[in-house]
Design a protein around this ligand. Structure first.
Ligand code: GAR
Length: 197
């Protein structure tokens, strides 16, 4: 069983999908949030999983916060880190130290950064979706492991569209984590190949 650390900022429905996945090939050992009010922390506690809060306000500067996140995660000795709705940018040392997956609510490279669902609506695209990718030193940039399209409907609001995207994320993210846990992901530059079981 691989050891997994999950970083969250929000409600943690993607974390819940990982906790509920029957065949992940790994166990979530630690959940780290950047704020004490993150709903994901309650989900972790309910699952009996260790938690930590590393808030930027508790650290003198960006580098100190980065170091504190790294130390908190390293304490769990994870094989894999998952950013599941983690809304801050980690320093470059992080993906160098841990294989790290991120889930993002758009078809990258479209609409990177914050507010991806709002950006898609404002642009008027007819299709958006979600991306699970390996984290590198740039924001929402690393090699893509999986993507799935979600249609934008005429009456969509950010809330309705994001709810449909989340439903897809809840399938896609555990599948990608399971592939990594089973060493079935081969990376060659930007290109990810899924190896046969
Ligand atoms: C998810 O839709 C995830 O893709 C997004 O935050 C949401 C978290 O939902 N992440 C980003 O926008 C990262 N740039 P959750 O807290 O319910 O899992």
């Amino acid at each position: 069983m691989k050891r997994i650390a999950v970083l969250v900022s929000g409600g943690g429905t993607n974390l819940q999908a990982l906790l509920d996945a029957p065949d992940l090939g790994g166990r979530v050992e630690l959940v780290v949030a950047d704020r004490a009010g993150a709903g994901g922390l309650d989900r972790a506690r309910a699952g009996g999983i260790a938690t930590a809060v590393v808030a930027p306000a508790d650290h003198p500067d960006r580098a100190a916060w980065d170091g504190a996140v790294l130390a908190a995660v390293a304490a769990a000795d994870p094989d894999l880190v998952v950013l599941a709705g983690f809304m801050r940018v980690l320093g470059p040392a992080f993906p160098r130290r841990f294989p790290t997956l991120n889930v993002h609510p758009s078809l990258l490279p479209a609409f990177p950064g914050a507010g991806a669902v709002e950006q898609a609506l404002a642009w008027g695209v007819k299709v958006t979706g979600c991306t699970v990718h390996l984290v590198d030193e740039q924001v929402d940039h690393g090699p893509v492991v999986a993507q799935e399209a979600v249609p934008v409907l005429p009456d969509d609001t950010a809330a309705t569209l994001h709810a449909r995207i989340r439903a897809v994320e809840h399938r896609l993210l555990p599948r990608c984590v399971a592939l990594l846990c089973r060493d079935r992901v081969k990376v060659d530059g930007r290109h990810v190949t899924v190896l046969p079981a």
